[in-house]
Design a protein around this ligand. Structure first.
Ligand SMILES: Nc1ncnc2c1ncn2[C@@H]1O[C@H](COP(=O)(O)OP(=O)(O)OP(=O)(O)O)[C@@H](O)[C@H]1O
Ligand SMILES: [Mg+2]
Length: 273
């Protein structure tokens, strides 16, 4: 059952982005990727953040990050060698290291600097991935962006088809979102005319607060059905899992956070069919 998403290009390439720090981008990239792999998708997570949180959260030691996103941006031709298996069948990772901090300098005089990731992804579009049940190309490529709009995010935005936006349920959420939509508009003009917002997911939602409900109502009044029904609750298991180098779905499948990411994965797949 390869190419499950009938009319859409395979792989689907998503940038998980929000210029605001600490809103759950990396947590969403790791756990959405894991949930998708658990329901049969072949998935690649690209760690585009020098912090390397997605790599650490997936249990990849620094010593094993031999060829990193940095190296791939320097030379897209080595992309295949950068891909690492994770503990989740069907989920691969392109790891990052602090070297990524140097990309802006290294590529300063390179005319195609914004399109290095796009070139690399072109080269792995058709490679065959075995998830234990079948062998097929990647269904999803999920790019974990840093919390700023620099050359790294620009590369992600040039390569992606769509942006997935995690939004923390808090008072100024809408303000941050309007900055983000302005930036996406710019990226569309400059780099990628068909880039769109795939959806918005509320993270760290505390059901007991009226605030969460107000934020959800406000976001949906502006973004309508782009707001996913699935919401990610604030859940201590979600925040503990990365220190064990595990997605929360492996750490505690029954945790509310795990179940929420499975719901989100199902909703995204459903919407795309
Ligand atoms: N649903 C959740 N419940 C509890 N804690 C969470 C949840 N989601 C994320 N966190 C915690 O919040 C912090 C920020 O999350 P995360 O690293 O995913 O955000 P980020 O947007 O990627 O941050 P940055 O902008 O620094 O890259 C982390 O400590 C993470 O463990
Ligand atoms: Mg992050």
């Amino acid at each position: 059952m390869s190419g499950t998403n009938s009319n859409l290009p395979t792989p689907r390439i998503l940038a998980v982005a929000n210029q605001k720090g600490g809103v759950g981008k990396t947590t969403t990239a790791i756990n959405l990727g894991t949930a998708m792999a658990a329901i049969g998708q072949c998935v690649l997570i690209i760690d585009m953040d020098p912090q390397g949180n997605a790599s650490t959260g997936l249990g990849i030691d620094h010593d094993d990050r031999k060829i990193s996103t940095f190296d791939v941006l320097m030379d897209p031709n080595i992309v295949t060698q950068s891909l690492l298996a994770t503990a989740v069948p069907g989920l691969l990772l392109m790891p990052s290291t602090l070297d990524l901090l140097g990309v802006e300098n290294e590529l300063a005089n390179t005319p195609d600097r914004s399109f290095r990731l796009k070139q690399a992804i072109e080269l792995i579009k058709n490679i065959q991935i075995n998830n234990g049940h079948e062998t097929k190309p990647f269904d999803y490529i999920i790019i974990d962006c840093p919390p700023s709009f620099n050359l790294l995010t620009i590369n992600a935005m040039a390569a992606a088809q769509s942006v997935l936006v995690p939004v923390q349920a808090e008072f100024f959420a809408l303000e941050g979102l309007s900055q983000l939509t302005n930036s996406i508009e710019e990226f569309r003009k400059l780099l990628n005319p068909t880039l769109d917002i795939m959806g918005i997911v509320l993270t760290m939602v505390d059901d007991r607060t009226k605030l969460s409900k107000t934020v959800a109502a406000e976001v949906s009044s502006v973004f309508g059905d782009k707001l996913y029904n699935a919401v990610i609750p604030r859940n201590v298991k979600v925040s503990e899992a990365p220190s064990f180098g595990q997605p929360v779905l492996l750490y505690d499948l029954k945790a509310p956070g795990s179940q929420a990411y499975i719901e989100l994965a199902r909703e995204i797949l459903q919407n795309e069919r």
